[in-house]
Design a protein around this ligand. Structure first.
Ligand code: PMP
Length: 391
């Protein structure tokens, strides 16, 4: 007789069940067999010589994917939000003025995080689907004199890819750092960190990189490092403190790496393989592929009578397409039908785009014509079978 009064849960005595599903929503994406296999390798120690070499490979892969020579380039242990917090926690001190561009949920989240740090948060705001001109940004920089400007490159909630050219220069003219969220766009839409004068750039593993969620590449320019390493106060998070992480990732020039935390070793194996796959394919080819498949999808959607949410072609995010919810239909019924009958995930809107759009993501490993055709067929079927109100 056991002395324990809580028995082992019956559910855990059954085998793990994970269905196969086509992940054509805004993320995570399906993982290639090669990346899956790398994540299933046996454990090694997080500070073993071989692990440090794998981390060095990852660093080079991120430098390639970001097009940067920044030595302060690492992968955060955590999701895109963790990288977002790392970026803001390290570059912003309480009382600092920050400027956040809000044209969907990610600007809202950045503003929330900056507010929690005790920053003076100023926003410029557009409705979902909107973007900011360089003149509007310059005017706001002049007005608020921020230490940092946050912009989302790929707004996954609205399907907008934001132009980046010239903004870094505007920020630097005002002595301001330029922080860009490229979680939903990196690898699928051109972004050239050093040339575009981006000071902090981050992404996440589970979208175009098609790795499991849980690691998040990030890079800091020299200007960003100057601010980070001359702070008056310590960053509020120990786990995300770049002075510790710089040492863990061998970016501080010190010969010895100290224990800081135990990184997600299997996730790093997978991230290395995703970056290897991107390197083999070539970044430019990956950009072209995402564009080509997005255009094919857009044409197919229009021939089904659907309306793309983002009117201007050049502002359409190639990785995640937003469709205006077709009049008379319930968006929940459409995504439920497609999941039930086609085993495909697509998604509704998020935050302020909720109820307005359907979102289809074809990223990285999933970005091919067969998948685009599969989701088009599923949508055609859903439009035929889902209830359409007459009003
Ligand atoms: N930024 C953008 C643009 C995103 O699309 C997402 C994820 N949907 C995030 C940040 C947050 O990433 P995560 O869910 O990995 O925390």
């Amino acid at each position: 007789m056991s002395s324990l009064f809580i028995p082992p849960p019956a559910c855990l005595l059954r085998p793990l069940e994970v269905p196969h599903r086509y992940l054509f929503g805004p993320g995570p994406s399906n993982v290639s067999p090669r990346v899956q296999a790398s994540g299933a390798r046996q454990m090694i120690g997080h500070l073993h010589r071989e692990m440090l070499e794998i981390m060095d490979d990852i660093k080079k892969g991120i430098q390639y994917a970001f097009q940067t020579q920044n030595s302060m380039t690492i992968a955060i242990s955590g999701s895109g939000h963790t990288a977002m917090e790392c970026a803001l926690f390290n570059t912003v001190e309480p009382g600092d003025s920050v400027l956040i561009a809000v044209n969907g949920i990610w600007g809202e989240r950045a503003a929330e995080i900056a507010d929690r740090i005790g920053a003076r948060v100023n926003t410029i705001v557009k409705l979902p689907g909107g973007y900011f001109t360089n003149e509007e940004i310059e005017q706001a920089l002049y007005e608020h004199k921020p230490v940092l400007f946050f912009l989302t490159h790929g707004e996954s909630s609205s399907g907008v890819v934001h132009p980046l050219d010239g903004i870094g220069e505007l920020c630097h003219n005002q002595n301001c750092l330029f922080l860009v969220d490229a979680v939903a766009s990196l690898g699928g839409s051109p972004i050239v960190m050093d040339k575009q004068g981006i000071d902090v750039l981050y992404t996440a593993s589970q979208k175009v990189l098609s790795s499991p969620p849980g690691t998040a590449p990030i890079s800091f320019s020299e200007g960003a490092c100057k601010k980070i390493f001359n702070r008056k106060t310590k960053p509020v998070s120990f786990l995300l403190d770049m002075s510790w992480l710089a040492n863990y990732w061998g970016c501080d020039g010190k010969p010895a790496r100290m224990y800081h935390h135990t990184g997600p070793i299997s996730g790093l194996f997978a991230l290395r393989e995703s970056l290897a796959a991107l390197s083999e394919m070539g970044l430019e080819k990956s950009w072209t592929q995402h564009n080509k498949i997005a255009e094919h999808l857009h044409k197919g959607l229009e021939s089904l009578g659907l309306k793309l949410f983002v009117q201007e072609k050049s502002l359409r995010l190639p990785t995640i397409t937003t469709i205006a919810v077709p009049p008379g239909y319930d968006w929940r019924e459409i995504i439920g039908y497609i999941m039930k009958h086609h085993n495909i995930e697509i998604s509704g809107g998020l935050g302020s785009s909720s109820g307005m759009v359907l979102r289809i993501g074809l990223m990285g490993y999933n970005c091919n014509q067969a998948n685009a055709d599969m989701v088009l067929m599923a949508l055609r079927d859903a439009l035929k079978h889902c209830h359409k109100s007459k009003v």
